[in-house]
Ligand binder design. Structure first.
Ligand code: MG
Length: 340
């Protein structure tokens, strides 16, 4: 009997309106995927679509319905299943990722092992996760820094016309390490102008300063950045994007909603490592059902920004947690996620 697919809608609410260079929102509509086998074992996944990549709740549901006839007879047939999904819908990474994750969850549950263990990873080797401070008024940003007391690294969203003020506000409020994400909001000239300031404020990582098309500008920014690592996010969706970025950036930021599958995420790590690049893993606004599958491969990465569930006030799941900043992996089978 083929696997049965069930979909469920939910809305996640962030504690504050979450603003980045492209806009702001509070409510995030998500879709949960549940795959059920003959024995009643359930594999779960969550689609966390982003408008920037052409996805929303409706495209996710339409894509999942389109992919339903292509579900594998055998959930262990992961490589073929994911390849087929990507052939049928080449984009729609968030929708495909939810199916990939649900299949992996099912496989792990059938074997009685957590994903990190199936991959042979050491759960002690998880990195610290940064916590993101969205764009806001100086008072609100100071308040957010205070709320982030438990997190040892802060990530600041820039790409506005008041970046210097935002950065200064955070630096005055804390002496923690700061990472900056411009979300493609700068030109090369603006980025070059910002570099001395980033150095003055002790910024330890710069993410996606320029629009993805400006590879030549990115190479100039990276050359001028010296020891400050430049990491690409919006420029890098899947493994085949990485080789052309290797001369222009120091590292990549992997997100399941971009790459569309757990196996592709592992291929991205291998590709980046072969090119001597840093590897970071990030997320959208997601519940713990969305965050936890990415957390399972963090023993393989250098840096993590898996705060998506921590930014919400209504996370319906318990899975990977962040304790004292460190990612802690669950020990239950599959994802090890349970509903509250
Ligand atoms: Mg980013």
């Amino acid at each position: 009997m083929p696997l049965k697919l069930f979909l469920e809608a939910c809305t996640l609410t962030t504690r504050h309106p979450f603003a980045i260079a492209r806009g702001s929102s509070t409510g995030y509509r998500r879709c949960w995927v549940r795959l059920v086998d003959d024995d009643g074992v359930e594999g779960w996944g969550e689609a966390d679509p982003s408008n920037y990549y052409g996805e929303n709740y409706d495209t996710v549901v339409a894509t999942l319905k389109k992919l339903e006839p292509y579900l594998p007879e055998d959930p262990f047939d992961l490589e073929s299943a994911e390849t087929r999904f990507a052939q049928v819908v080449p984009k729609n990474g968030a929708a495909r990722a939810a199916l990939s994750v649900a299949l992996h969850d099912l496989v792990g549950k059938r074997l009685g092992q957590p994903l990190w263990r199936l991959w042979g990873l050491d759960p002690q080797k998880t990195p610290v996760s940064s916590f993101t401070i969205g764009i806001d008024t100086p008072d609100k940003m100071r308040e957010k820094v205070h709320e982030a007391a438990a997190y040892p690294i802060l990530k600041i969203k820039l790409g506005t016309d008041r970046d210097e003020e935002l950065l200064r506000t955070i630096r005055d409020a804390t002496d923690k390490p700061i990472r900056v994400d411009a979300n493609a909001g700068w030109t090369a000239a603006k980025a070059l102008q910002m570099l001395p300031l980033l150095k003055e404020f002790g910024v330890e990582l710069l993410e996606q300063p320029l629009p993805p098309a400006d590879l030549e500008g990115l190479a100039r920014v990276r050359a001028a950045a010296g020891h400050l690592p430049v990491v690409v996010d919006e420029s890098c969706l899947v493994a085949r994007d990485i080789p052309r970025l290797a001369e222009a950036a120091d590292g990549i930021n992997i997100k399941l909603a971009k790459c569309g599958s757990l196996r592709e995420a592992l291929r991205m790590i291998a590709t980046a490592r072969a090119l001597g690049m840093l590897v970071m893993v990030g997320c959208m606004i997601e519940s713990s059902l969305g965050i936890t599958p990415a957390a399972h491969f963090t023993p393989l990465v250098d840096a993590a920004d898996l705060d998506g569930a921590a930014l919400t006030v209504d996370d319906p799941f318990v899975g990977a947690t962040i304790e004292g900043g460190r990612i802690r992996l669950p020990t239950g089978p599959g994802l090890g996620v349970r509903r509250r």
